[in-house]
Design a protein around this ligand. Structure first.
Ligand code: ADP
Ligand code: MG
Length: 608
């Protein structure tokens, strides 16, 4: 057999290697900003067009490069930052692998302009798919500018793999935010399609946080500081009542490098103990300063993972530092979550453990049985005035109804409007509505039921374009952070279609003039903010369309809250509307809207 192994041409080898470092436009932004930081820049400007797909340019006022270095920097493993393997454990710079520029130049059209401060002229290098196509002296300012055009122009599979502009831009903003937080004493700018997205002057960390995320963060921050013999931690954590449904705003930096570590994020989360409801995530920006000898940053080409010699100690100290900071700020005893209607929190009646207990009833006992069948009855049959059924009859009925259940929503009897079918209703704990039904007692969860009702209502409004708006007497101004504002611009049309009425009012601000008709008893601002927050969360977690996502988000935020006392009429109306839904059994998020406590079951309690 002939020999078949051969070396890949360098251009292909480069492309393959590039894949590890350059996954998307945001990776280029990250690497170029890191180089600017390492070059001692005081000012970093980032310019992108089409979410970085057509252009990414980073301009710095750092040390610049000599003519030779300007050529060298595009070679693989060319770096000025380390020389020996020992240096790997003394790393203080962002870069050290000497791969970024080589990788970027392998998959894009790059123009580098750079000048040392003492020199008269600078150097221009153009390189495309790893080939230098131009190199000449040029008049330019001190520092370096790297312009990256048409990323993946020569790797169509990769280019096609890129997501929509809004998603790619989101990733760029994420990287930009991390870099901006990591070095607050540098000034940063971000322009997209000639529009200024961020203009961040130098300052303290707290100022940087506010400039990035909005003024209202000022009152949310709690200082954290902990010094130990091996490492120090400092930064800010968010007050628990401002926790969000998305994890987005959680930052851990180790020696000023942003790192992704579920483990350390978890340490913070645990530090909050039960101050946070399930699936809420606090804001935090924490800086760990540690002797580089105690960590290994050379774990992954993107350098966002690191290994600690003693990660468990770091975990433990973060956890107790968070606890202590929360305690010092008197957060623990003074919090009253029940005041915050938007937290989706358990009832006030949950007792001491309210924050951990989401259900007082043991729902599992009533949930669909092991075969995935449901114990939900045929609705009409539920309320029919029939003679009592014996256990055999019940079994029979059960089987038939399971069949209906399996066939899906359209097989449910559509609207049951006969309020007299369920003559008595009773609300308990501001949370459940009880109504006797033929086979026992129906227990409706008012929150989930209302979410289902609103979900179908707003989905219908969106699909049929049949909004109606209630004007606000006093329009409300809402300041958003730039990324939420960008997201809002993406879904502006749909939000209006749902019944909101708003205008853009200056940079990142809007005025809300009206809200969808038929929602009452809400804080419009919270609903709007919540809507965007939930939309982001859904978008990340669920593969659903905009309409469905918006209707789900709206349902979550405009629905009745636990603790809301309903009079008889409201209770009945809720039941009516629920069973007028196409799929009354579950909330849009998959929670059961009601359960039925069988007579048999109840009777079981009274037998020994
Ligand atoms: P690394 O950052 O890991 O060293 P890069 O490929 O990112 O690898 O950069 C290669 C080298 O090019 C750097 O070590 C540095 O000497 C030089 N360089 C890159 N960007 C800049 C910049 N903005 N200013 C000055 N020098 C730079
Ligand atoms: Mg680098």
């Amino acid at each position: 057999m002939p020999d078949i192994i051969h070396l890949l041409p360098e251009s292909i080898a480069n492309q393959i290697a590039a894949g590890e470092v350059v996954q998307r436009p945001a990776s280029v932004v990250k690497e170029l900003i890191e180089n600017a930081i390492d070059a001692g820049a005081t000012k970093v400007r980032v310019i992108v067009k089409d979410a970085g797909k057509s252009l990414i340019q980073v301009i710095d006022d750092g040390c610049g490069m000599s003519v030779t270095d300007a050529r060298m920097c595009f070679e693989r493993h060319a770096t000025s930052k380390i020389r020996t393997s020992d240096d790997l454990f003394r790393i203080r710079t962002m870069g050290f692998r000497g791969e970024a520029l080589a990788s970027i130049a392998a998959v894009a059209q790059v123009t580098l302009k750079t000048k040392l401060s003492g020199d008269e002229l600078g150097t221009l290098i153009s390189i495309e798919g790893s080939k230098i196509i131009d190199s000449e002296p040029t008049a330019t300012i001190n520092g370096t500018s790297v312009e990256v055009k048409n990323l993946f122009f020569n790797v169509p599979a990769r280019r096609n793999f890129l997501k929509s502009n809004s998603i790619e831009m989101r990733h760029i903003i994420d990287e930009f935010q991390r870099a901006a937080l990591s070095h607050p004493h540098l000034s940063y700018y971000l322009f997209q399609n000639d529009m200024e997205v961020y203009n961040l002057p130098t300052g303290k960390l707290v100022k940087r946080i506010i400039n990035l995320f909005g003024k209202n963060y000022q009152s949310q921050l709690i200082t954290l500081e902990e010094n130990t013999p091996h490492f120090n931690i400092r930064g800010y954590i968010g007050k628990p009542e401002y926790a969000k449904k998305t994890r987005g705003e959680q930052f851990v930096f180790v020696n000023n490098r942003f790192i992704k570590s579920n483990y350390l994020n978890h340490a913070v989360q645990i530090g909050y103990e039960n101050l946070l409801p399930k699936e809420y995530y606090p804001f935090f920006v924490l800086f760990i300063e540690i002797d580089p000898n105690h960590i290994d940053v050379n774990v992954h080409p993107t350098k966002t993972e690191i290994k600690f010699i003693d990660e468990r100690t770091v975990y433990g100290i973060i956890k107790s530092a968070v606890r202590q900071s929360l305690g010092q700020h008197n957060i623990m005893p003074s919090l009253d979550y029940n005041m915050d209607i938007n937290m989706d929190l358990p009832t006030k009646f949950g007792g001491e453990n309210a924050l951990n207990t989401t259900r007082e009833l043991d729902y599992e006992r009533f949930r669909p049985d092991a075969r995935g069948q449901s114990n939900i009855r045929n609705w009409e049959a539920l309320f029919e005035k029939q003679e009592n059924l014996g256990p055999d009859k019940l079994k029979e009925q059960f089987t038939i109804e399971s069949e209906i259940h399996r066939k899906g929503p359209e097989h449910y009897p559509s609207a049951i409007q006969k309020a007299d079918l369920y003559p008595q209703t009773f609300q308990i704990h501001g949370k459940y509505i009880l109504s006797p039904v033929k086979s026992g007692i129906m227990i409706i969860n008012q929150v989930y039921a209302h979410q289902r009702i609103l979900f179908e209502k707003y989905l219908n409004v969106l699909v049929t374009d049949s909004r109606s708006t209630q004007k606000l007497l006093f329009p409300i101004t809402l300041d958003l952070n730039p990324s939420d504002f960008a997201l809002l611009m993406d879904i502006e049309e749909e939000i209006i279609r749902m019944g909101f009425d708003f205008n853009i009012f200056g940079k990142n601000s809007i005025i809300i003039n009206g809200i969808p008709a038929g929602i009452s008893d809400i804080n419009e601002k919270e609903v709007f903010e919540g809507l965007i927050e939930q939309y982001k969360f859904n978008k990340e977690k669920l593969e659903i369309g905009i309409f469905e996502n918006l209707a789900m988000s709206m349902a979550r935020y405009a629905a009745l809250k636990e603790g809301k006392v309903l009079n008889d009429e409201a209770q009945r109306s809720l039941i009516d509307q629920l069973f007028g839904c196409k799929n009354p059994n579950y909330s849009p998020y998959g929670e059961s809207t009601y359960v039925i406590l069988d007579m048999e079951y109840i009777e079981g309690y009274f037998k020994n």
